[in-house]
Each structure stands twice: as C-alpha cells, then as structure tokens.
Design a protein around this ligand. Structure first.
Ligand SMILES: Cc1cc2nc3c(=O)[nH]c(=O)nc-3n(C[C@H](O)[C@H](O)[C@H](O)COP(=O)(O)O)c2cc1C
Length: 380
C-alpha cells in the first residue's frame, strides 16, 4: 500500500502536490476542484495590498510563446495575471469558507508593501483559519523584494502570527541558498522555491512589448532545472522543509523534485494548460514510479539525488568517452564537422565522416546528428 503523505510547514498533506497560487486557486469553487482532483493542498491566489492590480487583468493576459534557437526549441506560458480581485476582508472570508468546505490544507498568499499591512493581513489570514501564509514577492512589480527585505517581513510576521510563515522566493536572487539560510535563521517555517521569472517579449513589427504592453511572468518546462539546482543545495542544508515550484510537467518531475530533497511540489502551469484532472495523472505517474522501485513512502527516496550531486573537486575530468560515427548510418551531411570546435571530425573518401584524435568527448555531435549515427564509446 503506497503512502504519498508528507509533512510541510508542520502541516500533514495526503500527497505532495500543492496547487500553486494562480487564478486556478482564486475562488472557493476552484479550490474545491483542486481538492476533488486529488491535490494534497492548495495555495490561494495572492492577496495584494496594492489596489492597482486588484482592478482586474488586461485582455488577453496569457500567451504561449514558442521560440527556436538553432536545433533547440522552447515554450513559455507568458502571462500577466496579477492578484486576487478581493480586498483583505473579502479574501479572508473566502479563505474561511474554503476552510469549511475543503478537508485539505489551504495556504494564504500575501504580498504587501508596508509593515502595517503585512501584520494586519496576515492576522486576518490566521483568524480565517489559514494553514499557513506564503510571503510572496511579485515578479512583475516595479520593486522586487530583496532577500534582506524578505527576511525583515518574516521576522515581523513571526512576532505577530502563530500560523506557519512560508516565504516564496523570487528566482532572481544572487544566492537563493544564502537567502534560504537567512530566512530559516529568522524563523521561516518552510520555503517555496520559486515564484516565476519576470520577463519580456518584443514584437519586432510594432517595436513594442507584446500582449498587454508591460513585463510579465514567464515559465515552462525549462524552469524545472533551475528549481532542482537550488532545491538540491538548500533542502539538505536546512531543517525546515522546502517546496519545489517551477516547470513541473508530470509525475516524473514530481519525483525529481522529491529526489532533490523537496517535501512538497507546487504545480500551476500544468493545471492551467490541462485542467484540474491532470493532478490525477501526475499522482498516478508518481505512484507507478514508486511501485516499480518498491518504495512505499516518500521518505525512502526523498533527497537521494541530493546526496549524489558532486562538488567541484569531485567531478571526474578524465577523457573517458569520445564520439564515434557509424559508417552505415552516416548520410554525409557534415553537421557534426560544422559544429565541432575541436576540428575532430574529418571527411572520408566516399563522403562519410569519422571522429579523429582531437575529440574531447563533449557529446554535442550526438545530439545534432539528424541520422542518430553518432554515439559515445570508451576512449582508447
Ligand atoms: C497565470 C499565473 C498566475 C500566477 N499567480 C500567482 C500569484 O498570484 N501568486 C503567487 O505567489 N504565484 C503566482 N504564480 C506562480 C505560481 O504559483 C508558481 O509558483 C509558478 O508558476 C511556478 O510553477 P509552474 O511552473 O508549475 O507554473 C502564478 C503563475 C501563473 C502561471
């Protein structure tokens, strides 16, 4: 019997999937849909002190941007969906009603500009029954909270409320690791790594920003690597739990976050693009992976990959592998030779290519060959 339960910020979750703060968690109806679809917890759409974004979102405010870079391509959900339209009283009321209607934990998510509002809003969240409050730094704002400012907010709130205080870090910090350590020191109960990156795209025809005319949040499957990189460094070094957030596209990505040391995993973009029903698929995929490996509980493998990340001195720099081109499969297109900065690829009689002594084993030609004719073999 599989047990997917986990503990996050002192709260028990039936599974590690937290539907992240976004429009998909903006109302009690949507929170309930997340619970019914199987989520372990929900984080409500942000409550802002700033009244300007509460007025509503521009139309449209979501755009899928597809880009190419040589043979690579990426997709981004570019969006400018700001905060909850509710004021603090109405938000607290919605939260209170959600707590009555749902059996899974409900986290509030607050973003203020003044200490007075941080204190007042978070007290309201506590009174409304929130299982914790995420301290958010809006990625689209004109002023992004620095690590030091986040610490000040956490210190203030820890002297004010008794519910868990959970900073949600912006990704654009000089050292997320250092900031995470400092946040733990000032009393944070858990961390979310990360909110989205802030970004911009420009229409070269109008020579202006696309969509609504300003900067926006951007994220996609590519975001996961950044998240894993910092979860792996912070989670083992902290005694408070870390929730991974960014680019999770399925059960395997959830497992990667857990292997990196996360205690919970937030998902927004996937639910936005596929609907709440995708949560069931994610849980099924993660469960199948555990079953195939004979795991019954998350603790049996959580953080396992973190322990295997090599440091600078440990990484092997011997030339163990080199590229080798299959003469049968090579079509003679020469792509490998064009990109080889080591001039290790030479053309043979008959228009085929071969790898010579200069190969350092970087592995890039394996991925650019359109015929999949190149593999890595032990260096002699
Ligand atoms: C449309 C949209 C709206 C979002 N709104 C909020 C928000 O109000 N508050 C917040 O803390 N994060 C917000 N986020 C960030 C998500 O909660 C999440 O941390 C981030 O998108 C990374 O996860 P993902 O890659 O699964 O989307 C939003 C993300 C999206 C895509």
């Amino acid at each position: 019997m599989l047990d997917l339960s986990t503990s996050f910020a002192g709260v028990r979750l039936r599974n590690p999937i937290v539907v992240a703060a976004a429009g998909i968690t903006g109302t009690i109806d949507r929170l309930k849909r997340a619970e019914d679809a199987g989520a372990g917890a929900v984080s409500m759409k942000s409550l802002f002190e700033n009244p300007i974004p509460r007025v509503g979102d521009p139309t449209p405010h979501m755009l899928v941007i597809r880009r190419r870079l040589g043979s690579l391509s990426s997709e981004t959900l570019y969006s400018y969906e700001q905060c909850s339209a509710f004021d603090e009283e109405r938000y607290a009321e919605e939260l209170h009603r959600a707590k009555q209607a749902l059996s899974i934990p409900v986290f509030a998510n607050v973003d203020c500009q003044t200490p007075e509002a941080w204190v007042r809003y978070c007290r309201l969240m506590e009174e409304a029954g929130a299982d914790g409050v995420e301290v958010k730094s809006c990625p689209h704002g004109e002023h992004l909270l620095t690590g030091t400012e986040l610490q000040e907010v956490v210190r203030l709130l820890k002297g004010t409320v008794n519910i868990p205080v959970i900073p949600k870090l912006p990704p654009q910090l000089t050292s997320p690791y250092q900031t995470a350590r400092e946040l733990e020191r000032v009393g944070a109960d858990a961390l979310v790594l990360f909110n989205r990156f802030t970004g911009l795209d420009i229409d070269v025809h109008t020579e202006s920003p696309v969509m609504h005319g300003g900067v926006a949040g951007h994220g996609g499957p590519w975001s996961l690597h950044y998240v894993l990189r910092w979860v792996v460094q912070t989670a083992p070094a902290l005694s408070i739990p870390v929730c991974a957030s960014g680019g999770v596209g399925g059960g395997e990505d959830v497992i990667k976050c857990l292997l990196a040391g996360a205690s919970a995993v937030q998902i927004a973009t996937l639910v936005i693009l596929e609907g709440y029903g995708v949560i069931g698929r994610v849980l099924k995929e993660a469960s199948e992976w555990m079953e195939a490996r004979g795991y019954h509980r998350l603790e049996q493998f959580r953080g396992r990959a973190a322990a295997r990340v090599l440091n600078l001195a440990e990484i092997c720099r011997e030339r163990r592998l080199v590229a080798s081109i299959s003469a049968e499969r090579c079509s003679g297109c020469g792509r490998c030779g064009e990109i080889c900065i080591y001039r290790a690829v030479t053309e043979e009689a008959g228009g085929r290519f071969r790898v010579g002594e200069g190969c350092v084993g970087c592995g890039l030609c394996v991925h650019v060959c359109p015929e999949t004719a190149i593999g890595m073999v032990p260096a002699r």
